[in-house]
Design a protein around this ligand. Sequence first.
Ligand SMILES: Cc1cc2nc3c(=O)[nH]c(=O)nc-3n(C[C@H](O)[C@H](O)[C@H](O)COP(=O)(O)O)c2cc1C
Length: 373
Amino acid sequence: MTDIRTPLCERLGIELPIISAGMGPISGPRLAAAVSNAGGLGVMGCTTMAPEEVRTYIRRCRELTDRPFGVDLILPARVDRGGARVSDVASQIPDEHRALAESIAREHESERAESKDQGPADDRMALGTDAEAQIEVILEEKVPVFVGALGSPGWMVERAHAAGMIVMSMVGNVKQAIRVAQDGADVVVAQGTEGGGHTGHVGTMALLPQVLDAVSPTPVVAAGGIGDGRGLAASLVMGCQAVWVGTRFLATEEAGIAAWMKAGIVEAGDQSPIISRSYTGKRFRMLPNEWTKAWEEAPIDPLPMPLQPVLVMQTLGGMAAGSNPALTQNGAGNIAGLIEGVVPAAEVVHSMADEARKLLGGWSWQSTQTKSE
Ligand SMILES: Cc1cc2nc3c(=O)[nH]c(=O)nc-3n(C[C@H](O)[C@H](O)[C@H](O)COP(=O)(O)O)c2cc1C
């Protein structure tokens, strides 16, 4: 049988080059442990959590698996000690933005989902201001893998290495890739624009070879629009050492979102997801809803991060916590059109690996390296 283990798998101590993406509280201990137990690497998204909640998540994950796993944080561009306070940020929100947000919320407040499965109560949107304290917990707990998104993890790499951790960094273009590799990231995760969640401008197929060339010999993990064994096989042949998969894992039994959100992803086609700045202030790929449509049609633009997420938190609060399809953010990438049902996460891991092995025939990591020399 074709061996799809790469040198990065050896380094991470995993069997299969499949990593489940950090996706806020959607990717909690249940999903991460299921992926790690299936032979991949499960990563938990902890950006919106208080430091002690991060510790609880880590310890829960350790109860569910004895295999390696990771924690992902969206890092601020600049790490402020103590961080910005919500009250300071809120005072900068213009009246017209607050009025618009409140009128959309009022108009749709009764459109609650009938399903009892409302998903996690997460009304604390990402400010990314607790990063230093969250990192302290991650270091103390000696989490095997740390993944930083948006900002560079350069300021914490040395301490992470001293704690025996592997540091990955997510990027959306070549410039960022070079920067994080120079800052000491052990692995670069390159995500193309078709990915769900925060997203850049360059497509995965164009991004990967350029990042591979730019940061060699730093290992590169492929992300954005990968949802089956064909995407995995293509990424390995290109020279990537693993895939980082988000949207495909949303439609799994272990993902921490409401049933109606999973159904929306299963029903979505390739063109369904849109890019909206109306939740986080940054480009976020998701399925459209009444909130995104109203901001699209409004004469004013959403505010930059962190103003827009504070406005969302203050206006939608718990209403956006999985209970209201008109107002809840439902992130998804263009690969959603490929997803036909909600299955256990282990099934996603195994079917991707089996399909890739079949497609790759006699391929091995060494053969790719020799041919591209
Ligand atoms: C709903 C959702 C939430 C996400 N939240 C995060 C996050 O908290 N941190 C992060 O680094 N990336 C986040 N992402 C991006 C993923 O980590 C990943 O890069 C992306 O989903 C890969 O593309 P794919 O969706 O096509 O698989 C999110 C993606 C989705 C779909």
